[in-house]
Design a protein around this ligand. Structure first.
Ligand code: ADP
Ligand code: MG
Length: 348
């Protein structure tokens, strides 16, 4: 049995028309780092709060560490679920030292045990020297590591983090993605992290759960999610893509679209005629005499690559141009005709 299980978990807030969380099914293995990824309002926080016990589900079952903590006849209160929670604003106690903050949840432990555990977890998060300081004497990244140390101190079954990176600016954010995952790995902890940012999700997790409108859209490793999105929502939400409508050819390996025939990486399992294909911009390689060509409408320089909008074929002007990525060293002029090929591995 998986370490954490959500079975048909549902939350219908009173007054709301749609359930915030709608019959979700999820299994998490011990030591796994999972992210819940989706747009604002899709039910991520509600899911996390139900797992923590702060929110009462309308129906469904939650198992943690082999025991049922919520079910038809079960309700285990938050403090008995052995969960470590890291809040978005860290919620450190400003009047307590870092050391006291960290041992705050260990009320049944002896003073000696508390001291030893504080030392241990502060070492784990790289703040061994900071125990006597107060939260306002630390940087944002350090405060977050203290919050994580506090969550880990009681050796919880699982650590829950809601938008842990959203208060950090770009540079620190990248650093903290790395720090948080390496700390969780070292502590060998199971973790569920909520984020609306695809880069956060891909950088930190073993598996990503994409949600929309309370419903799980796909559960996959970052690589599989990117390469084989299950539906249009996932394809568009996870990275940039070109979504084209088309007709599946009878060999089930090609799709005819307005830009021409596009090869699929593998034979389609579906035999429906009208399909949508997702073509990643980096799957389009500029090539002289490439199979597809069109007129450049816009070029955006990102530093790492150029994002080129190309208008292909006779399509009406209200529709979107194709987006392809080109190497930065290549000169591309607006109005020029460029041609490219499409790598089937980046088609889905
Ligand atoms: P996310 O964290 O993905 O942004 P939430 O779980 O916070 O989404 O919210 C999901 C939906 O439930 C939203 O439509 C939100 O407005 C609604 N919601 C959240 N909390 C409450 C509440 N306490 N009462 C009523 N509706 C709520
Ligand atoms: Mg939220």
């Amino acid at each position: 049995m998986s370490f954490i299980q959500l079975r048909q978990l549902t939350k219908q807030y009173k007054q709301a028309e749609q359930p915030a969380v709608d019959h979700i099914e999820l299994e998490i293995e011990k030591g796994e780092i999972i992210t819940l990824l989706g747009p604002s309002g899709c039910g991520k926080t509600t899911t996390l709060r139900m797992i923590a016990g702060f929110e009462q589900p309308t129906s469904g079952v939650i198992n943690i560490g082999g025991s049922e903590v919520f079910g038809e006849k079960t309700y285990v209160p938050p403090e008995k679920r052995e969960i470590g929670m890291v809040f978005q604003d860290y919620a450190l106690f400003p009047h307590l030292t870092i050391e006291k903050n960290v041992v705050f949840g260990l009320n049944k432990w002896s003073t000696r045990e508390k001291k030893a555990r504080a030392k241990e977890v502060l070492e784990l998060v790289g703040l061994a020297e900071y125990g006597k300081r107060y939260p306002n004497e630390l940087s944002g990244g350090q405060q977050q590591r203290v919050a994580l140390a506090r969550a880990l101190a009681p050796r919880p079954h699982v650590v829950l983090m809601d938008e842990p990176f959203s208060n950090l600016d770009a540079g620190l954010r990248e650093r903290m993605r790395y720090d948080v995952t390496s700390i969780l790995r070292k502590a060998n902890t199971t973790a569920i992290i909520v984020t609306h940012d695809q880069k956060d999700a891909f950088a930190v997790s073993d598996r990503v759960v994409v949600m929309n409108q309370g419903v799980i859209q796909q559960i996959a490793t970052p690589r599989d999610m990117y390469r084989c999105p299950k539906n249009c929502f996932v394809a568009q939400f996870v990275g940039k893509t070109n979504l084209l409508t088309g007709t599946l050819c009878s060999d089930l390996k090609h799709v005819d679209t307005y830009i021409g025939r596009v090869s699929l990486p593998t034979q389609s399992e579906k035999i429906i005629e009208d399909v949508r294909v997702s073509i990643r911009p980096e799957g389009c390689r500029l090539a002289e005499n490439g199979r597809y060509s069109g007129k450049v409408e816009r070029v955006t320089y990102s530093g790492e690559y150029q994002e080129v909008e190309v208008r292909l074929g006779e399509r009406d002007l209200s529709s979107e141009p194709m987006v392809v990525y080109a190497p930065v060293e290549q000169e591309i002029e607006i109005g020029a005709v460029i041609s490219f090929d499409i790598k089937p591995e980046l088609v889905a």
